[in-house]
Design a protein around this ligand. Structure first.
Ligand code: UDP
Length: 488
């Protein structure tokens, strides 16, 4: 059955991966489109939507945009599924298999629209759902754009994985093989090692389901009319050029959080965005206010990372022994295990009471922009990386999974704005790296981070590449929605 595309107002459907980072960046994109007068439907899983209602101000904020709708869809998992930490791949797999027919039905029955814009005229979907969503979009003749919420560096590596496998560079043959350079990812031959490939490439068996999801979904990217990337040309231009050989129409419009901030600057409709799935503890801002400039190392491992108790203890000893002042985000489920096992030992807490502050979840963008923060010990999630880049804060990278292994290598070897300690969790090394970042090599890293921060800001200002690309995206959505031909 052919879907009748309405010639009334355009309506963009946005469907994110239900996790903190992707929801955050796609809500920012949604707001940027709504600011330009486009009608947007933001489709959340029921679980994510409930968390946003609890911890963020989304209802009131988006109610100010005409035609903005929130809708929900089931992720196909039972109510008591945790949907956190290590289980994110189960969520992705479930949506890819279980939500397909509901998604199609929602589009066909026009239940995602409003009176003035009843039909979806453009779909923007997280690329991880690119397979089924593109099948449906093509069947219904609705233009589809894949939003890859990862860095271009990881997208490019994913696109090359079949070649890497063909060239017999995978599977990795044990620990002694981890520093071998990879030859089949053009542009990265000089520095990308086995250990820097996305974590799923560590599977011994190449039919591993997580590896397959990551690779197969990325291979659907060239089927989309266009790709949106939350990055900017001055950061990843050479890598984006490689991706363009397979996906010619790319809108690099990041860093989205900065872009939104600038475009909202003169707009009274909405002045700040809070897209948290966790309860934010703002008490750390007053504590930071009382600290000397650039004296604090901010420590956060994002929304998924789970570490062992042993790793937690090594980080704490490293921190305590380095004498660094710190703000630590200790998510409730950061450490595997229950009760005492998952707690920071009291004697270590005591030792650092004077120098540290702990919260369950921080207002991270604000923390990174705070003058007291001089470094970031991070898991290298793409959003955290971009937020640190914009704030000009150098990083120590301890990647956990997925794209983070690639991001951290680019931070240290390409952009030279931090240190990569992947696969190591030893108190002596943590102590030394903290000392390098915050004292010994502080000048060198600060200078590099300031320069990249300047370029990031320039890209989203009028005349910058991301600014231009966002205008082009909006214009193309309008043209294709009205039945005229846009550039995609
Ligand atoms: N974040 C936050 N407060 C925290 C920790 C993280 O607001 O205490 C936000 C952070 O600003 C970022 C997102 O959560 O936008 C995490 O996304 P990222 O891609 O870095 O990592 P993920 O959680 O997806 O692994």
């Amino acid at each position: 059955m052919e879907h009748q595309v309405s010639h009334r107002l355009p309506r963009v459907l946005i469907f994110p991966l239900p996790a903190q980072g992707p929801v955050n960046s796609m809500l920012k994109l949604a707001e940027l489109l709504a600011l330009q007068g486009l009608h947007v439907t933001f489709l959340n899983t029921q679980f994510t939507h409930n968390r946003l209602l609890l911890h963020a101000d989304i209802q009131a904020r988006f109610a100010t945009y005409p035609g903005f709708l929130f809708k929900t869809i089931s992720d196909g998992l039972p109510d008591d599924h945790p949907r956190s930490g290590d289980t994110v791949m189960e969520v992705i797999r479930s949506i890819n298999t279980e939500s397909k027919s509901v998604f199609r039905h929602m589009l066909v029955s026009d239940e995602l629209g409003s009176e003035n814009s009843p039909s979806v005229t453009c779909i923007i979907v997280d690329g991880i759902f690119g397979g089924f969503a593109t099948d449906i979009a093509n069947e219904l003749h609705i233009p589809i754009i894949h939003f890859r919420t990862l860095g271009a560096c990881c997208i490019w590596v994913n696109l090359c994985i079949p070649k890497v496998i063909e060239g017999r560079e995978l599977p990795i043959r044990g620990e002694e093989d981890m520093d071998r350079l990879i030859r089949n990812v053009p542009g990265t031959e000089r520095f990308l090692r086995c250990r820097d490939l996305p974590s799923f490439c560590r599977a011994r068996n190449l039919t591993d389901p997580d590896l397959q999801v990551f690779v197969q979904q990325t291979l659907h990217s060239p089927r989309a009319q266009a790709i949106i990337l939350n990055t900017f040309e001055d950061l990843e231009g050479p890598i984006i050029s490689h991706i363009r050989t397979l996906c010619p129409n790319i809108y690099s419009i990041g860093p989205l959080h900065m872009h939104l901030k600038l475009r909202l600057a003169n707009n009274e409709a909405s002045s700040q965005s809070s897209n948290n799935l966790f309860e934010v503890d703002r008490s750390c801002i007053a504590w930071l206010d009382a600290q000397p400039p650039k004296s604090i190392i901010y420590i956060s491992f994002g929304s998924f990372t789970v570490m062992t108790r042993n790793q937690l203890i090594e980080f704490w000893y490293g921190l305590v022994n380095s004498n660094a002042r710190f703000l630590w985000v200790a998510r409730l489920d950061l450490v595997a295990g229950d009760g005492e096992e998952a707690q920071i030992p009291l004697e270590l807490l005591e030792e650092s009471r004077e120098r540290g502050f702990i919260v369950g979840w921080a207002p991270q963008e604000e923390v990174l922009a705070h003058p007291a923060v001089g470094g970031f010990l991070t898991h290298s999630g793409w959003n955290s990386t971009l937020e640190s880049i914009v704030a000009g804060v150098p990083m120590i990278c301890w990647p956990y999974f997925a794209d983070q292994q690639v991001n951290s290598r680019f931070v240290s070897e390409v952009w030279k704005i931090g240190i990569d300690i992947k696969d190591v969790c030893d108190r002596k090394i943590v102590e030394k790296m903290l000392n390098d970042l915050m004292v010994e090599r502080k000048e060198e890293f600060s200078k590099a981070a300031d320069e990249i921060s300047r370029l990031a800001r320039q890209s989203v200002n009028e005349g910058g590449s991301s600014y231009y690309n966002l205008d082009r995206l909006i214009e193309d959505i309008r043209l294709t929605s009205s039945g005229r031909v846009g550039s995609y």
